[in-house]
Design a protein around this ligand. Structure first.
Ligand code: PMP
Ligand code: GLN
Length: 378
């Protein structure tokens, strides 16, 4: 069969987790927590299953969960979304990203993508016969040069994809970034896809810049989030998309034929647990402590920490240790030393020439200690 994605292999997350397992390595590669989900949340899911909430949910999500999302987004960002027509519950952030891209990208449309870019954006653009147009974030702080973005805008530009907090770099957008973006899209029909799955994981007192905070950006944006990152349950695959009514209408046309709807008892349980805002408000502090602990453990190692303003990923420069490229070095580190991390090259359409690796610190303290002990000897 002729492949629709000829240049795509098994994702780097799967490859590295597999390699880690084969070599019994500490796995700081694929992004997922190795600690338990809040037992109250799992008990709620079980209770709703036992009470018979086991059939199809409405296509756009159960009303209670859409209302909880509406309340949260209003309280945090002052943004008003109508839960009946502007909020859709999806099967993870991944489905929301695919549905949004499919909803608006037609053959020949250009989509501006910042590199490094999360691995699911480009395949979704290509499957819709769109043309990805890449702008590189600036090493080492991974800032966006908005003049470069402006330079690649054409009358074919349909969509700009942004991700803040950013995987894999941990960079976050600032209010100045939002202003620059607003200037570029003003008086154009360009839409925005804002991947905000790490919205609650922002460090050092900085505020998350949701696209929904800015009315002139909100009116043209799909805003995607994921419960998996917030409630430590990446395997439940549940997220949502916020978008103004005309965009949501097109989004839902795709969503209803991708998955139709998303797991019912989990939606009820999440709607209940969202009544406890501390669970997401305390998340930044929880992960900031993990980041700082991991970095403390690595003092004295030959890895140099890059800035990390959000997400649960820490980029580390290994240029003092090796001149190998990131793909070779990450494999050798897994096989010979027993710690797995992600080579950022997989987030570029070419390779990354910098000597950096991405480490996931959403791990128990023991796991971080085990990894750091090894990393300090390399
Ligand atoms: N976007 C980014 C930037 C991510 O890191 C992830 C998960 N790794 C997703 C989207 C997908 O989220 P989900 O697991 O809910 O599909
Ligand atoms: N988003 C996760 C990461 O960045 C992985 C998701 C996946 O395995 N597809 O590590």
């Amino acid at each position: 069969i002729k492949s629709k994605l000829p240049n795509v292999s098994v994702t780097i997350f799967t490859q590295m987790s597999q390699l880690a397992m084969e070599h019994n390595a500490v796995n700081l590669s694929q992004g997922f927590p190795d600690f338990d989900v809040n037992p109250e949340l799992t008990a709620l899911v079980k209770a709703y299953m036992d009470k018979g909430f086991n059939q199809y949910a409405p296509m756009q999500g159960i009303p209670g969960l859409r209302q909880s999302i509406q309340k949260k987004v209003f309280n945090l960002y002052g943004a008003v979304y109508d839960p009946d027509s502007e909020i859709t519950v999806t099967s993870g952030g991944t489905e929301a990203l695919f549905a949004a891209i499919t909803a608006v990208v037609n053959p020949g449309d250009e989509v501006i993508v910042m590199e490094p870019a999360y691995d699911s954006y480009v395949p979704a653009i290509l499957l819709n016969k769109g043309i990805p147009v890449f702008v590189k974030m600036k090493f080492p702080d991974y800032r966006i040069d908005w003049d470069e973005v402006k330079d690649v805008v054409t009358d074919k530009t349909r969509l700009i994809i942004l991700n803040s907090p950013h995987n894999p770099t941990g960079a976050v957008l600032s209010p100045q970034d939002m202003k620059a973006l607003a200037n570029i899209v003003a008086d154009t029909p360009i839409m925005i896809l804002s991947d905000e799955v790490y919205e609650h994981i922002v460090f050092d007192g900085v505020e998350h810049q949701s696209m929904s905070r800015y009315p002139e950006l909100k009116e043209r944006s799909f805003v995607v989030s994921s419960f998996g990152k917030t409630y430590h349950n990446t395997g439940w695959k549940i997220g949502y998309c916020l978008a103004p009514r005309p965009l949501s209408k097109q989004f839902q046309r795709i969503h209803q034929y991708l998955t139709f709807s998303t797991m019912t008892p989990v939606q009820y349980a999440l709607a209940d647990i969202m009544d406890k805002p501390n669970l997401y408000l305390d998340l930044a502090d929880f992960y900031q402590k993990k980041r700082d602990y991991f970095l403390d453990l690595l003092t004295g190692s030959r890895f140099r920490a890059m800035a990390c303003c959000g997400t649960y990923f820490q980029m580390m420069d290994y240029s003092e240790i090796s001149d190998e490229n990131d793909i070779d070095f990450s494999r050798r580190m897994t096989v010979e030393h027993g710690v797995a991390a992600i080579p950022p090259s997989f987030f570029y359409h070419g390779n990354d020439d910098h000597r950096v690796l991405r480490f996931c610190f959403a791990k128990k303290d023991e796991t971080l200690e085990q990894a750091a002990k090894i990393l300090c000897t390399i």
